[in-house]
Design a protein around this ligand. Structure first.
Ligand SMILES: C[S@@+](CC[C@H](N)C(=O)[O-])C[C@H]1O[C@@H](n2cnc3c(N)ncnc32)[C@H](O)[C@@H]1O
Length: 296
């Protein structure tokens, strides 16, 4: 007791209270992780980590699994990777990775998440359409309409609206992109994707929706090539003026799948916000703690 006292290890909150021994965390062996993990809460419905993918797992859980069972540089394979939590954890912990999923919604979410979190722009995706005929086949396959929509939204880095829980967003709007203009004002780009026949009435509808929703720009993405009357209708929507860049952008832009596959991008102001803003916050401190816990 005297020795501990000399070391300043005996503390009293106030005179007269029971003295206590001061202990430092790094001197304690801690408790080994057991088979029952109840210290990682599930992703909450309103939680900051939530992306809207119905089966999303908490990042801390996947970080623990990966840190416990692999070393930096190893390859992590998740053959049902959903919104890609395992891939984000693997990348954070310096592992290489391969993800597989059957739905394009998952691929769109994953690509956006990897881009937003790590700036990984061109993650190779194997098995998706690379030419117009493949895209048409995807659109015409059973249940292919939504797969086509999600795939097309991925081509322009738009966030699918409604996700899998709420198929078929209202008002013919399937996706959204946001950017900031002067004074940090958040502006919206609405995206409509059409896998079937198209006409100028649909462009007119998009124009009406932009006005109603006070959105800045509308993108009309089509499997079929736009017709001349559609181009004329789009031109009547005029221009969006970005105050920040002092530049005009076509308010309604028609983009065919052929053009997108050839590398055409929508003309948007450069300050496009992350598709999933939450994905920015990769808690690297937590990852560092995981590494320490498993000596990985
Ligand atoms: C339980 S979820 C994975 C959740 C993931 N851990 C996360 O954090 O998002 C299962 C995933 O498997 C995918 N899936 C279902 N059948 C599949 C198949 N035959 N091949 C590849 N992926 C499939 C589903 O699309 C779904 O995204």
């Amino acid at each position: 007791m005297e020795e501990l006292h000399r070391q300043g290890r005996i503390v009293q909150s106030k005179p007269g209270t029971v003295p206590r021994q001061k202990r430092y965390l790094d001197e304690m062996p801690g408790m080994p992780v057991s088979t029952w993990w109840d210290d990682i809460p599930p992703v909450q419905a309103q939680g900051a980590e939530r992306l809207g993918y119905p089966t999303q797992k908490p990042l801390a859980l996947l970080e623990r699994v990966i840190a416990a069972s692999s070393r930096p540089g190893d390859v992590v394979l998740d053959p049902f990777c959903g919104c890609g939590t395992a891939l984000i954890a693997a990348e954070t912990l310096g592992r290489r990775w391969i993800g597989i999923d059957v739905t394009y919604l998952s691929i769109a979410v994953m690509r956006a998440r990897l881009r937003d979190a790590f700036g990984l722009e061109d993650v190779p995706v194997i098995g998706q359409p690379t030419e117009v005929e493949g895209a048409r086949q995807l659109a015409q396959s059973p249940g292919g309409r939504y797969q086509f929509q999600w795939w097309a939204l991925g081509l322009i880095d738009a966030k699918p609206l409604g996700g899998v829980e709420k198929k078929g967003a209202d008002r013919g709007i399937d996706g959204v992109i946001t950017f900031t203009d002067r004074n940090g004002e958040i502006r919206t780009v609405l995206v409509s994707v059409k896998s079937g026949g198209v006409n100028s009435g649909m462009v007119r509808d998009l124009k009406g929706t932009l006005e109603r929703e006070q959105a800045s720009i509308g993108l009309f993405v089509t499997m079929e090539e736009p017709t001349e009357p559609m181009r004329e209708e789009a031109a009547t929507a005029g221009l969006f003026h970005s105050e920040l860049w002092n530049r005009d952008y076509q308010r309604i832009q028609l983009l065919s799948i052929r053009e997108l596959l050839a590398g055409t991008k929508p003309a948007l102001p450069p300050f496009v916000l992350p598709t999933y803003q939450q994905a920015e916050r990769v808690p690297t401190k937590m990852a560092a703690e995981q590494r320490e816990m498993f000596g990985g």
